[in-house]
Design a protein around this ligand. Structure first.
Ligand code: GTP
Ligand code: MG
Length: 362
């Protein structure tokens, strides 16, 4: 509340401006952020307050929004109720998770013919305050599923430029990783590599199935089977157990389209196991070897048939025309239509500017 006080101005009247509204907290999907780690270490997010209104009808400045960049695939839940508020999936998507409070009205707002010296004013509104739980579910077109040491990470590194850790001990991969397969026509398929599953995973054995949420968004599941039967495992049992565990995790996930990949076919054991595998499971797997890089093209084709990514054309491979073969147009008249668009040629003389300094007579 404020009144105009000035020498020689009697009855200056009310001049208290409104307060500015508070900023919002906005989550923005960004392709440049890959995890929620920064929010883990700095979980409290405040947008700026609105500035208070002042005398001389000065309105308060609006508070700045707080923009929090989150990776694609972030789900936002209300912490207390578990209600899903937003699913952030497309780049640039903005979600206002907490709105700033409205600014209060200054007393200038209340002046009228019958209330010429109002002292009324309103306080600013409270900004929204929320406790949220953010969950990242990686977005990939295909998810690699398999026992530890089946060669999931090897397959990912053979197909894409991702560099997952590969080693001969189980549970090398501890966090999901995404790689992109690029086809000759620049179509892209994103593949997620997740930690290995073992029997009983649905009940929490091994790393459990917690990371399987990263596969929930993938359109195709890729079962990677170690055909060589390392550690005395039987490939057909592996396949059966994997399917069972997935079914226990989610029936919907188990019904997604899938590709069965038989890996390590460069080894003798794998070749010996192959026939029995087909007999036992009834599926004819895509036969690959990540070491000798065989069968990778077959797998890429199978993947493409299901995911059907859109090709993206680049103009990089167009041959430059041979200048000698082009017709000689020296001295030829240029079509007037072409001239109209060729403004960069500046064929017309620029008009002389009429200005006293040029000596024009007015
Ligand atoms: N002979 C042969 N060995 C392979 C092949 N692919 C992977 N390996 C070996 O299998 C071992 C495990 O490979 P990884 O790619 O780390 O297996 P993973 O499925 O990612 O394992 P986890 O991350 O532990 O679940 C490594 O020692 C690889 O060298 C293959 O095609 N042939
Ligand atoms: Mg791995």
């Amino acid at each position: 509340m404020s009144f105009r006080r000035e020498a020689l101005v009697a009855f200056g009247g009310p001049d208290g401006g409104d307060g500015g509204r508070g900023g919002d907290v906005v989550l923005v999907a960004s392709e440049h952020v890959s995890s929620l780690l920064s929010l883990y270490y700095d979980p409290k997010c405040y947008a700026q307050d609105g500035a208070p209104g002042q005398g001389q009808k000065m309105f308060g400045k609006r508070g700045k929004d707080l923009v929090v960049n989150v990776p694609l695939g972030t789900e936002v839940y209300e912490a207390d109720t578990g209600l899903l508020i937003a699913d952030i999936v497309s780049p640039g998507q903005r979600v206002i998770v907490a709105k700033g409070g409205a600014g209060g009205f200054g007393n200038v707002h209340f002046k009228s013919s019958v209330n010429q010296a109002p002292t009324e004013h309103t306080p600013g509104g409270e900004g929204e305050e929320k406790r949220l739980r953010l969950e990242l579910k990686t977005i990939a077109d295909a998810g690699l599923l398999g026992f530890p040491n089946a060669g999931k990470s090897s397959l990912l590194s053979a197909l894409s430029s991702a560099t997952p850790k590969i080693a001969s001990y189980p549970f090398t991969t501890l966090n999901p990783m995404v790689g992109t397969v690029v086809y000759d026509d620049y179509a892209r398929v994103r593949i997620a590599d997740v930690p290995g599953i073992i029997e009983g995973a649905a009940k929490g054995v091994g790393l459990g199935l917690a990371f399987l949420k990263h596969l929930e968004r993938s359109r195709v599941l890729v079962y990677v089977i170690d055909m060589a039967g390392t550690d005395n495992r039987k490939p057909w049992d592996d396949c059966r157990i994997l399917k069972k565990e997935i079914e226990e995790y989610s029936v919907e996930l188990a019904e997604r389209p899938s590709i069965v990949v038989a890996n390590k076919l460069d080894t003798e054991e794998a070749k010996a196991n192959l026939d029995e595998f087909i007999r036992e499971t009834g599926v004819d797997p895509v036969k690959i070897s990540c070491v000798s890089r065989e069968g990778l093209e077959d797998f890429k084709r199978a993947l493409r048939d299901i995911v059907q990514p859109k090709p993206k054309f680049h103009h990089t491979h167009a041959d430059a025309p041979d200048l000698k073969e082009l017709p000689d147009t020296t001295g030829a008249e240029i079509p007037s239509d072409a001239l109209r668009f060729a403004t960069f040629l500046k064929l017309e003389k620029p008009k002389a500017k009429s200005h006293p300094s040029r000596g024009n007579i007015h």
